[in-house]
Design a protein. Sequence first.
Length: 366
Amino acid sequence: MAAKTTQSVQSRIAQYLYTHPYATKAELGQALSISMPTIFSAVNEMFGANILESAGEMDSTGGRKATAIRLNPAYASSLGLSITRSTVQMVLIDLQGEILAQKKLSFSFSGSSVDLEKIANETKNFLKDISEYPPLLGCGIALPGIIQKEDKVLSRSHALNLENYSLTGFEHCFDMELLFENDANAALLAERPLANENLTFLYLGRTVGGTLVSQGKIVQGDDCRAGEFGHMILYPNGKSCYCGKRGCADAYCSLTALMKDQNVPLASFMEKAFSENTEEAGAWYEYLDSLALLSSNLRMAFDTEILIGGPLSEYIGHDLEKLREKTKPYDRFDKKADYPKTAKIKHAASAIGAAEQLFLKKIKHL
């Protein structure tokens, strides 16, 4: 019985340090409501297992300086892949979330067995090119669309043009543990949300998606469709959406809607969007109008901070105050309308979050 209790305490300590850069033993005891003798025992065991390391001494408050501890980045590493219709993003991260290596490939993905073999081989070569890294836990794979995790099925993905696609083919090609996640959910995991946090994550990419977080946990919904914000109706009888309805947020707030299928890099488009008297600037202004309406609707529905991620988040960050100003007229309760914010992780977020799944699983079972 005692060993089981110690395991549980170790898991709780690791979970706390996973979302906090460091802490002292006293802080852990207070935050987790665990007695100091139990904290000391568990921390000593975790140091012995190489799970924790010292993070240096804290500033003195008059007595003896306390030593801060943190998760040991050398304890484990995890691989993350983010697959789109035209690219594969690879990252290797350590337990502190630091990127050890990354690579982006141009790749036309159709879901064939040949594609899966190619991705597996590219992954092996990616790891071979890295001279040294902590023990590898496995690989997380992020895909756009609705994923039934228990059945390992991608039930629908407009972005990949796949439906009822079995993910078990990946397992036949990879010689490591695999975990799958929706790309928007994965991008949220890259942020390492706090255990008690409530927030709405709005993912703005080729399509619009997102995630609802309640007490630090992703809300999946009855059919794993929670967070499909792109198909909320913004404008009744508005523009046609690929889903067959009219007026969906996706038809106004996606990257595709903004760029109107211009075959240019996003950075080039946005450079013109931030210039005056250009067609792109007008499109950006209209885009922010619709995004403000969507943000206000999400705030009214869930009463949380709106965290904006995805490829467009970096550019929205430049005009965040403008977005907030456009949101104010829709909101009777929040006069400041300062709840839209942008994600910390701007690049390779879905791949990073896919990798984070392995750490979360390991920590849970300490």
